[in-house]
Design a protein around this ligand. Structure first.
Ligand code: ADP
Ligand code: ADP
Length: 252
């Protein structure tokens, strides 16, 4: 089954002298329980397509055609399936809880002047009704899970942590509300090779042990070759090839 089915998705950025079509009538499926890699050079449209899934396309981008069907809800939930038609209440229920994203340079998403524990509590309480104690307990378990020392991390300010540590904090953070699907946008691009491998170990563990579906966007083919079950290749706003690693990288 596909957890996400993107059909005919077009996203344009109006500019002063024309338009950029960042996604051009894209069809793309994301199978449940697998790691799908999305590769393509910088500017090919990977981030824009993924941001549409969470409905966080950056301004002034506009979705001008298409649908994104989400199959993660049970039939008995009786909710709309097309993410592009979700209203605010539906989006609120969808973001973090169904689908979470670790943004590119996610570490920069941390507020430099607020302690990690306070940031986590504040963000979670914006979305769900959980007590401070519950949130801290869950955050500690997840930090431990991504091989960080919970006591130390929770009491730190972001500048006291390395890039790799911050990235792991963001991965733990993305898992706080038990999403079924995790979008990772260049999760290791800013990090050294050793730290990259370490983070991919952790992501593979999360995938195996929790069965979370993942979409991994990167320009680094070596990275997806290591972890992805299936690969889509984007070029100039179009998904030009989809298949397993051997199909996609075999000589024509
Ligand atoms: P990738 O993630 O593959 O690097 P992006 O989705 O970031 O690609 O970009 C796709 C295209 O959309 C590029 O041509 C980029 O310049 C354009 N684009 C992305 N965001 C904006 C924006 N906020 N304003 C104008 N153009 C944008
Ligand atoms: P804001 O500053 O209003 O939170 P953002 O652009 O950061 O706006 O996020 C837009 C929406 O996407 C918010 O409702 C936010 O909760 C949600 N969001 C932000 N980060 C994530 C994430 N990592 N996973 C899922 N949803 C997210």
């Amino acid at each position: 089954m596909n957890i996400i089915e993107i059909r005919d998705l077009t996203i344009q950025f109006p500019l002063r002298n024309g338009t950029i079509t960042a996604a051009n009538h894209v069809d793309f499926d994301i199978p449940e329980g697998k790691i799908t890699g999305l590769v393509g050079e910088s500017g090919s449209g990977k981030s824009t397509m993924a941001s549409a899934i969470l409905r966080v396309v950056t301004s002034p981008g506009k979705i001008t055609s298409g649908s994104i069907i989400y199959n993660g809800y049970d039939a008995k939930d009786n909710v709309k399936k097309d993410i592009l038609k979700f209203n605010n209440a539906e989006l609120q229920r969808f973001r973090w809880k169904e689908v979470a994203m670790v943004f590119q340079a996610a570490q920069n998403a941390l507020n430099p002047v607020v302690r990690i524990d306070e940031q986590i509590i504040e963000t979670v309480q914006e979305h769900v009704d959980m007590s401070r104690e519950e949130i801290l307990k869950k955050a500690s378990d997840l930090l431990d899970y991504v091989r960080l020392e919970p006591e130390r991390i929770l009491k730190s300010y972001p500048h006291e942590l390395s890039g790799g540590m911050k990235q792991r904090v963001m991965i733990a953070f993305s898992l706080l509300l038990d999403p079924k699907f995790l979008i990772l946008d260049e999760p290791t691009t800013a990090l050294d090779v050793i730290t990259q491998d370490y983070i991919f170990d952790i992501l593979t563990k999360i995938h195996k042990e929790r069965g979370i579906t993942m979409l991994l966007q990167t320009h680094d083919i070596a990275v997806v070759a290591k972890v992805a079950d299936r690969i889509g290749v984007m070029y100039a706003g179009e998904v030009v090839e989809v298949g397993d690693i051997y199909e996609v990288f075999e000589d024509p």
